[in-house]
Design a protein around this ligand. Structure first.
Ligand SMILES: Nc1ncnc2c1ncn2[C@@H]1O[C@H](COP(=O)(O)OP(=O)(O)OP(=O)(O)O)[C@@H](O)[C@H]1O
Ligand SMILES: [Mg+2]
Ligand SMILES: [Zn+2]
Length: 428
């Protein structure tokens, strides 16, 4: 120790330091002589940094391991098996969605555990779903949501408006996902957003519409595009009014899988028109008609191209972000018949259960079910009207049956469905 310069001892390493500047002894309290030298602070800093890096690696390893586990549960054939329990037909759509979900998990896993010298990232493949009204689009997605462990939120796109218009801003879709993820931002950032009724935000000036100017819907599409491209989306908590000082939540949409769906009413006409043009140019006249006995819609819809969607009124930039096209078919009478009885939550099963609670065995004649299916076909709303048609017939029964406690059997016949005649009730 030199005598003429005041040395201060580091409380940790006991080095004696003659400070030339505050950086030599960044922490020093003259009253207690407590001091920490620059060496010690650097050492501590590096130790903390190394620890944090380790922790992050560990978290990634854990995340990847938990994804491994989850992936074993959501292999495409397993997801399809699950959907088969609820949704009749639409096999191709089920396959496409099962694979899209599986790939979403793979991509997530890759993001956690790929090596530095490998492919940077696997790009996501957002999905667009289309098919006629009541064919199972919304039902398919809501069952899918129940099956998955990652957050999944359904938002009705028709309620979205451009910022500044009456209605909800597009951020609502991300906010719904955030709540589906129990307010966990990092889970939210790997979730799935389903935008239902997506066709309702088509430009009104699309070929399918008559109005020529439509800034509102185009604005919504532009706002959605930002989200699809992967951006930081900022929104206020639920119930919070949007004002400049309101605290906001930020979510990056880069790794969120988007599935958009809608009926796209009239798209088949656009497809047919295009096919006719190219067909007559090349000279394959009657390629669309007479190929099989399938309804024309079902033949056309699978041939939809991005150009058709553009004509429908979706901006090309959005279409470019939806590489997977998933088409659903119209349901024929046989399919509707199966929907009445086969799914786990089939309408007939539900009414039987209700009647069972009154000790009543409810039976439907095969002809009665077929009559329901026929009526539903007439209404042109797919499977949507099935339940209403049965409800119509069941109302009087459900009203009168509880008058007595006796066990009975009620048989619904074709006549009950078509002419509203009262069904036979027997004591058993
Ligand atoms: N393929 C199907 N299998 C079983 N049930 C179905 C099927 N399609 C529709 N349904 C039933 O019919 C009802 C309406 O279907 P859904 O809401 O999925 O129609 P959608 O395709 O979304 O029509 P929209 O375009 O009008 O919204 C639901 O209750 C659903 O359970
Ligand atoms: Mg729907
Ligand atoms: Zn020290």
């Amino acid at each position: 120790m030199s005598n003429n310069e005041p040395a201060i001892q580091c409380s940790f390493c006991k080095r004696r330091i003659v400070p030339k500047s505050q950086y030599d002894l960044p922490i020093y309290d003259p009253r207690s002589d407590f001091a920490i030298c620059a060496h010690c602070i650097k050492d501590i800093y590096h130790a903390i940094e190394a620890h944090e890096a380790d922790q992050q690696d560990q978290q990634k390893v854990e995340a990847a391991a938990s994804i491994d586990q989850e992936m074993a549960n959501i292999k495409p054939h397993l997801v399809k098996d699950y959907l088969d329990q609820y949704i009749i037909n639409q096999d191709r759509a089920k396959k496409i969605l099962s694979v899209a979900i599986y790939n979403h998990y793979k991509r997530m896993k890759y993001g956690f555990d790929h090596k530095d010298d490998e492919l940077d990232e696997i790009e996501k493949s957002n999905v667009i779903i289309m098919g006629p009204s009541g064919c199972g689009k919304t039902a398919l997605l809501s069952h899918l949501a129940k099956r998955l462990d990652i957050p999944f939120a359904v938002t009705d796109a028709s309620s979205l408006t451009e910022a500044g218009f009456v209605g909800s801003d597009v951020e609502v879709a991300v906010r719904n996902l955030y709540y589906a993820a129990n307010k966990d931002v990092s889970r939210c950032e790997h979730g799935i957003i389903y935008l239902d009724e997506f066709d309702k935000i088509a430009r009104k000036s699309g070929e399918n519409n008559t109005i020529t100017a439509d800034p509102g819907h185009e604005g919504v599409q532009q706002a959605l595009l930002k989200m699809l491209e992967g951006n930081e989306v900022e929104f206020t908590a639920r119930g919070q009014r949007k004002h400049p000082e309101a605290p906001t939540i930020k979510v990056n949409t880069k790794n969120i899988l988007f599935i958009v769906g809608g009926a796209f009413v009239g798209i088949e006409k656009i497809i047919a028109k295009r096919l006719k043009k190219t067909d007559s140019n090349i000279g394959f006249g009657a390629k669309i008609e007479g190929q099989s006995e399938k309804p024309e819609y079902n033949q056309l819809i699978h041939q939809v191209t991005p150009e058709d969607l553009m004509k429908f009124g979706i901006i090309p930039e959005i279409i470019g972000r939806l590489p997977v096209i998933c088409t659903l078919e119209t349901l024929d009478e046989d399919a509707l018949l199966r929907i009445l009885t086969e799914p786990r939550n089939a309408p007939v099963k539900q009414y039987k259960k209700l009647m069972e609670m009154d000790k009543v065995d409810l039976e439907f004649d095969e002809a009665a079910l077929r009559a329901v299916a026929k009526k539903a076909i007439e209404r042109k709303t797919g499977a949507r009207s099935l339940k209403g048609i049965i409800e119509d017939t069941m109302l009087d029964i459900m009203f009168d049956i509880p008058r007595s406690d006796a066990p009975r059997r009620v048989t619904i016949t074709e006549d009950c469905i078509n002419n509203h005649t009262a069904p036979a009730v027997e004591e058993i």
